[in-house]
Ligand binder design. Structure first.
Ligand code: HSE
Length: 373
């Protein structure tokens, strides 16, 4: 396998290092803005040099972001090159464009490192689907949010302190919005659901609530009532009805999710035959992520393409209900659904997930967390 590697940042460098020790694949060109020298690969500054190189059969995209990553990946597919990427935003956003294109051209497209970093989550979904139907996917998919929430819970830090630590450790970006507003988890949920259920979810119907409004007082409130807060994704299918959402969720102390420390991920599926399976590990970082990129390259060599056939577009129905903790806003509707008072915060009776997220849109300073069933 001759690889054209796009990007030489955290993940790209890891891919280069791991493949350098192998004789079944070789990074022959690296697209990189900087003037660096590599012993085994040519460093190029122009994507055309990779696109027009007929010896390159596979493009590994490790740039991140939507553009120019999308434009390069699309052009590479048009030119007949297989794709491996770790870019969840790219695949979730352009699913309906890139997947059918790869399929129509008979090319491989894999993105295992896009969800769960070093955990073989998407590749395991592919295996699970060979035998059974998956009815639920979801869990803790964002290491940065887990680090922040875990630091607040175990060390008693406030949100700002925990975020600063996450930034100092390189988990959170200077602008942390993609992680803390739940967007990264949203991309990962859409991708996981599409593959698990063999569909393409209507993305606008999938709401995401983040953690940026959580306070130390909320966390103390949860502890007093026996709960731990995690940012969690949830996708289900049942008799052709699809539900998907991302939201802070309260787990009883002692639940598996409640115990997930620092920047780890815990991702779970329900299979009709195998039952519940959970996958735990490093959801980010150079070597875990590069590991799954290289695993995808090995899968390509053994003839594997995407994880499932491209599926039909489906709408999302979030009429299922949850009880919610709500703090920071209280209007007539919240009063009408209130069931308990936790130190000034409302705990509701069962409320439709869609209704609660619609309310949150109009009350962006409030903090909500569902109570896990
Ligand atoms: N920002 C992501 C996280 C990186 O914190 O999980 C891995 O996708």
């Amino acid at each position: 396998m001759k690889i054209g590697l796009l990007g030489f940042g955290v993940v790209g460098r890891g891919v280069y290092e791991i493949t350098a020790a192998r004789d079944d694949m070789q990074v022959v060109k690296v697209l990189c803005l900087e003037d660096i020298q590599l012993p085994d690969a040519e460093v190029v500054h122009d994507f055309q040099s990779i696109l027009n190189d007929e010896s390159i059969d596979t493009v590994v995209e490790a740039m991140g972001g939507l553009h120019p990553a999308y434009d390069f990946v699309r052009a590479a597919l048009e030119a007949g090159k297989n794709i491996v990427t770790s870019n969840k935003a790219l695949v979730a956003t352009f699913y309906d464009d890139l997947l059918p294109l790869a399929e129509s051209k008979g090319l491989a497209f894999r993105c295992t490192a896009a969800v769960g970093g070093g955990i073989g989550w998407l590749s395991e979904l592919e295996r699970v689907r060979r035998v059974e139907t998956v009815s639920m996917v979801g869990g803790i998919m964002n290491g940065t949010c887990n680090y922040i929430l875990d630091s607040m819970t175990r060390l008693g830090l406030d949100y700002g302190e925990a975020l600063s630590q996450a930034q100092a450790l390189g988990y959170a970006e200077r602008n942390p919005s993609t992680d803390v507003d739940g967007i990264d988890t949203w991309h990962k949920l859409i991708l996981s659901s599409n593959i698990a259920f063999g569909v393409s979810l209507e993305r606008d119907g999938v709401p995401a609530a983040g953690i940026s409004k959580i306070s130390a007082a909320d966390v103390a409130n949860f502890a007093e009532h026996g709960y731990v807060c995690k940012l969690v994704s949830h996708g289900t299918q049942c008799d052709g009805v699809y539900s998907a959402f991302v939201q802070p969720t309260l787990y009883a102390q002692g639940a598996l999710e409640a115990a997930v420390p620092t920047n780890f991920n815990l991702i779970t599926l329900d299979g009709e035959v195998s039952g519940r399976q959970s996958f735990y590990g490093q959801g980010a970082g150079r070597y875990p992520t590069a590991y799954n990129v290289v695993q995808d390259c090995v899968s390509l060599l053994s003839g594997k393409g995407f994880y499932c056939p491209y599926g039909k577009k489906v709408t999302v129905d979030n009429s299922c209900t949850r009880r919610y903790y709500v703090r920071g806003a209280s209007d007539a509707w919240i009063q009408s659904v209130a069931a308990e008072n936790w130190n000034g915060a409302v705990v509701t009776g069962p409320v439709a997930v869609s209704e609660m997220h619609a309310w949150l849109k109009n009350n962006p300073d409030a903090f909500i967390a569902a109570i896990a069933e």
